[in-house]
Ligand binder design. Structure first.
Ligand code: SF4
Length: 173
């Protein structure tokens, strides 16, 4: 789990494309460092630390609904193991609207594929893929000195970058 001051979601497609590597890198490193037998990854998620107050327009709702609205805003977003037993341990309210993880029991029980749920094998594969991506980035940097400036256009990082005024690549985003 990582904490963010702004809302951040984790998209499995971004992970596969090598754009969002942070959480899977942590998970992969942790699993590798764990020497006492094989462990299951329960999930990777972001917790938003920003104050998420209920909107004024929601003040007409009942107290329970307001609490649920607030909890919904605070839900942890990420990718979870498709295993109801583990999900129930992670969030005892998984069956309810006041759950704190952003995946519902209905989705977890369904046979339909979901971008927020992976099997153990899929988690293992994604960890192996990420290691390959990191290895090739490291090799390119160390062996060939390749440190290409390649901002991810999808998230427009240049727009908020404090180096924008001096960056020669600032026309890329
Ligand atoms: S302005 Fe330059 S340094 Fe900043 S994100 Fe864009 S390319 Fe990177």
């Amino acid at each position: 789990m990582d904490y963010k001051s702004s809302s951040k979601d984790l998209d499995i497609d971004d992970v596969k494309e090598g754009i969002s590597l942070q959480l899977i890198t942590y998970l992969s490193a942790f699993m590798e460092s764990f020497k006492e037998g094989k462990i299951k990854p329960a999930g990777v998620m972001y917790f938003n630390l920003a104050d998420k107050f209920t909107k004024i327009s929601n003040l007409t709702l009942s107290k329970d609904k307001m609490v649920n609205e607030t909890i919904k805003n605070l839900r942890m977003k990420g990718i979870f193991l498709k295993d109801m037993k583990i999900l129930e341990i992670m969030d005892k309210n998984i069956e309810n609207e006041d759950r704190l993880i952003n995946v519902s029991a209905r989705t977890a029980k369904s046979d339909k594929p979901s971008k927020s749920l992976l099997t153990e094998e899929e988690f293992d594969k994604i960890c192996v893929d990420i290691k390959e991506i990191l290895g090739s980035i490291g090799k390119e940097m160390i062996t060939y000195g390749k440190t290409e400036i390649k901002p991810n256009k999808k998230t427009e990082p240049c727009k908020y970058c404090k180096y924008l005024s001096i960056c020669r690549k600032n026309n890329m985003c």
